[in-house]
Design a binder for this molecule. Structure first.
Ligand code: PLP
Length: 289
């Protein structure tokens, strides 16, 4: 049977909710085959990150080469890169392997506050990796940081229009598509950033391809179990692209994003409590609730 191959270049989350562990569950749930190049190990629970152990950059590249030279790859998914030298080494490896279709989740800071990429490495991400990204999936704080590193004034975000504008601005920094995730800023019924819990109505994710914006709306779902939603969304997008039947799979990116947004939405709706902190989403909701 033809299995679509996805190489995940990311960090491990020992608690299984985010990082490589989440990525592999998502990819398996979509019937694709996951390979991994591990950039860092995190000692992590549902309550936070208690330690990070970096994998040397040349060993990250060894893992990438071993997978691609033997098995090949349909889509690369990038998550936590952990250091400036790994950002640069991964960018060089992607060039060497002929610029495969690549989903880049620019992981910088965990929801718990742990720094997963040093601040000085954001510039390497901007200059060396963004131009190689088929689709970049920042949340709003990450989009603002990339913007600042580009020496631009990061705009205030007060409305849906502002989210569309920041998606346009980030797309002009290099990636082919940008999906700005609005999960940190729920909107009111009128499309303004909500000031009170009672006003929270929708979450919007905005895709921009250099010409037009596509807006994906999700009903605001109050849940503490959202650990790893960013990793899961990016891996679901990678799976959607890998499964595309079009000769140029990138033409189906808006459909892959729609599928991925609905996959994560259902995962939050059926998430479960684990540990004392923020639990994971349900990665296998389509198989068993
Ligand atoms: N840990 C690792 C290894 C990750 O790659 C990520 C991904 O963003 C996180 C933690 C952060 O997850 P969250 O922000 O949902 O806590």
């Amino acid at each position: 049977m033809d299995r679509r191959r996805i190489l995940v270049i990311a960090g491990s989350d020992s608690s299984g909710g985010a990082g490589l562990e989440a990525d592999q569950k998502v990819i398996a749930a979509h019937g694709c085959y996951a390979m991994t190049a591990t950039t860092a190990l995190t000692a992590q629970s549902t309550q936070g990150v208690s330690g990070i152990h970096h994998v040397p950059s040349d060993f990250v590249v060894k893992q990438i080469d071993a997978c691609i030279n033997d098995i090949g790859v349909d889509v690369v998914k990038i998550g936590m890169l952990a250091s400036a030298s790994t950002v640069d080494a991964v960018a060089d490896a992607l060039e060497k392997h002929g610029r495969p279709i690549t989903v880049v989740d620019p992981v910088m800071v965990a929801t718990s506050g742990a720094q997963l990429l040093p601040n000085e490495a954001v510039r390497n991400l901007l200059v060396n990796l963004l131009p190689l990204a088929t689709i970049l999936t920042p949340n709003i704080p990450e989009a603002r940081l990339l913007f600042q590193k580009a020496g631009l004034q990061a705009p205030e975000i007060n409305s849906l229009d502002d989210i569309v504008n920041i998606a346009r601005a980030v797309q002009s920094l290099g990636p082919r598509y940008v999906l700005v995730k609005g999960g940190h800023l729920p909107l009111t019924k009128n499309g303004h950033v909500s000031k009170a819990e009672a006003d929270r109505h929708v979450i919007v994710d905005v895709l921009y391809d250099g010409r037009e914006a596509t807006i994906y709306e999700t009903k605001y779902l109050p849940s503490k179990n959202t650990h790893g939603t960013g990793c899961s969304l990016a891996s679901a997008i990678a799976s959607g692209i890998a499964l595309s039947k079009s000769p140029d799979r990138t033409t189906d990116i808006p459909d892959a994003v729609e599928m991925a947004v609905r996959y994560v939405e259902a995962g939050i709706q059926t998430s479960f409590d684990l540990g004392r902190g923020s639990g994971p989403i349900n990665h296998f909701h389509s198989l068993s609730m």
